[in-house]
Design a binder for this molecule. Structure first.
Ligand SMILES: NC(=O)c1ccc[n+]([C@@H]2O[C@H](COP(=O)([O-])OP(=O)(O)OC[C@H]3O[C@@H](n4cnc5c(N)ncnc54)[C@H](O)[C@@H]3O)[C@@H](O)[C@H]2O)c1
Length: 309
């Protein structure tokens, strides 16, 4: 089976591509390497792996690869609200126009697996369980583009969309801007975390669970295709304060300093139900404690300087 991953050199993509190649899939990544240039170097001599350095917005350059693929997992995007706000036109092209072009050009036999963010649930849903029927009301350009892209993707009958919780864990293209990764990094570096809006809840998911879920979708295509699923760790619907205390269990001298110094711009405070995906037989495997321990040992190994990532 041939898998095409636009944006496959990124945080999620480099872990996913590695897992897929290990499982024997033929993987082609198209990426313009905006960040880490070497995140797929470990695969470059593998005959199951093919890398194309190209911009997905030059759609004609990748059309041949699109035509050949059985499954397409479009990860290429400008990720996060601040990045999209700084590059609005490019964000609109990459996060939405590219997806429209993709949906238009594929046949019904080709499967699409799309990663959305669940952050839009958080707006106005304080403390309530959000399921796939809860309204997504994104406030940022990033969130709005992802919701529109999900709508486009679901027009194609052979599609699955996952609404991801905040991802944590280590990758060949490391990101320290994600909440768990960021807090563990600060805890190690400073031995304190200044915490505002401590009771705001979030849902989290380990990066290896994300990769394994995409593979689960490929391998259980008939069972789950044509639908949208929340993808998060049900044991990790936690307040930011609870998250800090979990980290403190592993870094005993960590001080948690409560403050009103700032406010969350997107007012995210929500708990997410992952029951719909669990009902299909899927289970997350990696706990938050596992991820925190793994991050600590990774960051210590790298001598935790930002330049090292
Ligand atoms: N990380 C999360 O917590 C999270 C949560 C929800 C959804 N997602 C979605 O998952 C996907 C991957 O996110 P990530 O965390 O791996 O981000 P990332 O920034 O690490 O990866 C994005 C990749 O896309 C590539 N890219 C961007 N524009 C491109 C273009 N025009 N042509 C070719 N390549 C291009 C970048 O070089 C990068 O390798 C995104 O679609 C994101 O919206 C991520």
């Amino acid at each position: 089976m041939k898998i095409l991953i636009p944006g496959g050199a990124g945080f999620i993509g480099s872990v996913l591509s590695t897992s897929l190649v290990k499982k024997g899939y033929n993987v082609t990544v198209v990426d313009n390497l905006m960040f880490e240039k070497n995140s797929l170097d470990h695969l470059k001599h593998n005959r199951k792996f093919n890398f194309i350095n190209s911009d997905v917005n030059s759609f004609k350059n990748i059309k041949k690869e699109v035509n050949k693929a059985d499954v397409i997992i479009p990860l290429a995007a400008l990720v996060g609200a601040p990045f999209c706000d700084k590059n609005r036109n490019l964000a609109k092209k990459t996060n939405l126009s590219f997806i429209k072009n993709l949906v238009k050009s594929i046949s019904k036999d080709q499967m699409l697996i799309f990663p959305n963010t669940n952050s839009g649930y958080g707006v106005g849903e304080k403390g309530t369980y959000c399921d796939e029927k809860s309204p997504l009301r994104p406030v940022s350009l990033y969130g709005r583009l992802k919701v529109s892209a999900e709508n486009e993707v679901m027009e194609h009958s052979n599609s699955v969309a996952f609404r991801l919780a905040t991802v944590f864990g280590i990758s060949y293209r490391m990101r320290l801007d994600l909440l768990v990764n960021d807090f563990v990094y600060r805890a190690l570096r400073d031995r304190y975390i200044v915490l505002f809006e401590k009771n705001f809840r979030r849902n989290f998911i380990h990066i290896k669970d994300v990769a394994e879920t995409f593979i689960y979708a490929i391998e259980n295509q008939k069972k789950i295709v044509g639908d949208v699923y929340n993808l998060g760790l049900s044991s990790a619907n936690l307040t930011k304060y609870q998250l800090c205390n979990k980290i403190k269990k592993h870094i005993k001298d960590l001080k948690i300093i409560l403050s009103n110094i700032a406010k969350d711009p997107d007012k995210r405070d929500y708990v997410v139900s992952n029951k719909k995906l669990e009902k299909t037989g899927w289970r997350a495997k990696y706990s938050l404690d596992y991820g925190i321990k793994e991050l600590i040992s990774y960051l210590k190994d790298k001598n935790f300087r930002p330049g090292n990532y």
